[in-house]
Ligand binder design. Structure first.
Ligand SMILES: CC(C)(COP(=O)(O)OP(=O)(O)OC[C@H]1O[C@@H](n2cnc3c(N)ncnc32)[C@H](O)[C@@H]1OP(=O)(O)O)[C@@H](O)C(=O)NCCC(=O)NCCS
Length: 175
């Protein structure tokens, strides 16, 4: 693990640094509307930053959601970004593990993610087929919709995940 890394909840003054991180990490994708929207969700989302030498080098967000027709407290992981120069040094894993602790404190039982299974399987995520995405995924992405059970939660109600407004952009789920 990289040295001198601090992980903490983000503050309003971190916004510019977080935005720059996403510009640098996703040069071909504009995630800023999503990121800004999530930062404005207040207590309906968790946002953690990884800081090294006073610079934001990583960020993760979790959004509290529910499954339509159910009462389960679930969360959606994303986005996650680590500054390209510091990939493969454990920053992404440290952010994910720190956020799991926060989820457990918030009594969240299930976490969902749309991401590369080759990365998220290392944390125990498995393909999800009972809870569905807000928009139908392209066929080739089906294995990318995954879930992870935290603590001793019961499996959530079957149905579509209901996400807050920043996540209701079809392009986030289809391209
Ligand atoms: C994905 C990302 C957050 C990982 O952060 P990181 O700090 O490099 O991750 P870690 O150091 O904790 O883990 C690195 C490991 O994950 C692997 N990895 C990283 N991205 C991966 C991917 N998309 N698919 C498979 N494995 C991946 C690395 O090869 C490395 O493997 P190793 O431990 O066997 O050497 C970072 O690479 C990133 O910001 N990528 C661009 C943005 C992105 O794709 N975000 C969404 C993730 S699906």
């Amino acid at each position: 693990m990289i040295s001198n890394l601090e992980i903490r909840e983000s503050r309003p003054s971190d916004a510019a640094g977080i935005e720059q991180l996403y510009v640098d990490t996703f040069p071909d994708e504009d995630l800023l509307p999503l990121v800004r929207g999530l930062l404005n969700l207040g207590q309906r989302a968790i946002s953690l930053v990884a800081i090294r030498e006073k610079i934001i080098v990583g960020h993760i967000s979790f959004t509290f959601c529910h499954v339509e027709g159910g009462k389960d407290k679930v969360a959606l992981l994303g986005p996650l970004a680590v500054t390209p120069a510091l990939h493969k040094q454990g920053i992404g894993s440290a952010l994910v593990q720190s956020s799991f602790k926060q989820m457990e404190s918030a009594t969240i039982g299930y976490i969902f993610v749309l991401g590369d299974p080759a990365y998220y399987s290392r944390f125990g995520f498995k393909a999800e087929d009972k809870v569905t995405t807000p928009y139908p995924l392209p066929t080739e992405w089906h294995g990318a919709w995954q879930s992870l059970k935290l603590c001793d939660a019961e499996a959530p109600h079957e149905g579509k995940i209901s996400v807050p407004e920043p996540w209701r952009q079809i392009a986030l789920w289809t391209s």
